[in-house]
Write a protein that binds this ligand. Structure first.
Ligand SMILES: *[C@@H]1O[C@H](CO)[C@@H](O)[C@H](O)[C@H]1NC(C)=O
Ligand SMILES: *[C@@H]1O[C@H](CO)[C@@H](O)[C@H](O)[C@H]1NC(C)=O
Ligand SMILES: *[C@@H]1O[C@H](CO)[C@@H](O)[C@H](O)[C@H]1NC(C)=O
Ligand SMILES: *[C@@H]1O[C@H](CO)[C@@H](O)[C@H](O)[C@H]1NC(C)=O
Length: 263
């Protein structure tokens, strides 16, 4: 059993050598604010107890000068701001509940072995967490209602959404209920964007006869939709809701399926 295990690990190491373009082993996880996320620990050791006592998770964020220890040798640190939203899975991956725009950054899973856990067993496994968030403001302009939606991808180190050759090919889009990209040619919509930071804004002029409407901001990474946030405007009572839409196509995240409600 353990022999086979080593074969398997050897194969995995070999295949990552063969595909070894630098940075390709980094895991990028995209998630919408308010969702739960699971960050994989791809270097976890498989000991007999499966207790993760060799696993340490570190966080490097936008305003942290040094790494913050979230999990130390399998034990959750109680002195971090978000410890109540964290938990460790039996496979040593890190769960974070109710993601906020302050959770983006890089998460590092380390293994420490030896009797006193003094031996750092490399390499580290790193996960970059990118958070998609929509904020909105609504203004009444005479009989017309105007809605401004701003959709931003929070990432650290910062990913721009430009088209330069060495970019990660990140793009943001606004789509309608049918999933069709909004046209700038439609005078009801004004779209503007910036690439660094990665933001796409949408101004909508609602007409009186408009039924309830939904608009969705999507992020694509290397041409695949990673996550999206749906914003619903109800014309009747002018209430609005913003709902993250879990994307089951992304194997790096495990989200509980959820349907956006617009009623
Ligand atoms: C990071 O920013 C948040 C709020 O923006 C603040 O509460 C927290 O103390 C900051 N952390 C550090 C290490 O500066
Ligand atoms: C999630 O976090 C937000 C603040 O970021 C808070 O307002 C909300 O109540 C939280 N939701 C749950 C289910 O804990
Ligand atoms: C945008 O324009 C294209 C081509 O003119 C059309 O196929 C598409 O349906 C339009 N999208 C919307 C949301 O109207
Ligand atoms: C959207 O509307 C706001 C407020 O009227 C304005 O400041 C902003 O420039 C508009 N954005 C676009 C993309 O037209």
């Amino acid at each position: 059993m353990s022999e086979c295990h080593r074969c398997l690990l050897g194969l995995i190491a070999l295949s990552s050598l063969l595909t070894g373009v630098s940075g390709e082993d980094d895991v990028h996880v995209f998630i919408s604010s308010g969702e739960d996320v699971r960050l994989p620990c791809n270097n976890a050791l498989h000991n007999a107890l499966q207790d993760c006592t060799s696993t340490t998770w570190l966080y490097n964020g936008f305003n942290h000068s040094a790494a913050v220890e979230l999990i130390g040798l399998g034990i959750k640190r109680k002195d971090t701001e978000r410890h109540e939203r964290l938990s460790l899975e039996s496979d040593c991956s890190l769960n974070i509940r109710n993601i906020s725009t302050e959770d983006y950054g890089s998460y590092t899973c380390q293994q420490w072995t030896g009797v006193n856990r003094e031996k750092h067993q490399g390499p580290n496994a790193r996960v970059y967490l990118h958070v998609l968030h929509v904020s909105s403001s609504q203004t009444q302009i005479s009989s017309d209602l105007s809605v401004s939606l701003s959709c931003q991808l929070y990432s650290y180190p910062r990913l721009s959404c430009d088209d330069s050759g060495r970019s990660e090919r990140i793009h943001l889009f606004w789509v309608n209920q049918a999933g069709v990209k909004l046209n700038i040619s439609d005078s009801r919509y004004q779209i503007s964007s910036s690439s660094d930071p990665c933001i796409i804004s949408l101004n909508i002029t609602l007409l009186n006869e408009d039924p309830n409407r939904e608009w969705r901001c999507e992020v694509t990474h290397r041409d695949q939709v990673k996550t999206s946030v749906t914003h619903t405007v109800k014309s009747s009572d002018q209430a609005q809701t913003t709902t993250p839409v879990p994307n089951s196509q992304d194997p790096s995240t495990t989200n509980t399926p959820e349907t956006s409600t617009g009623t």
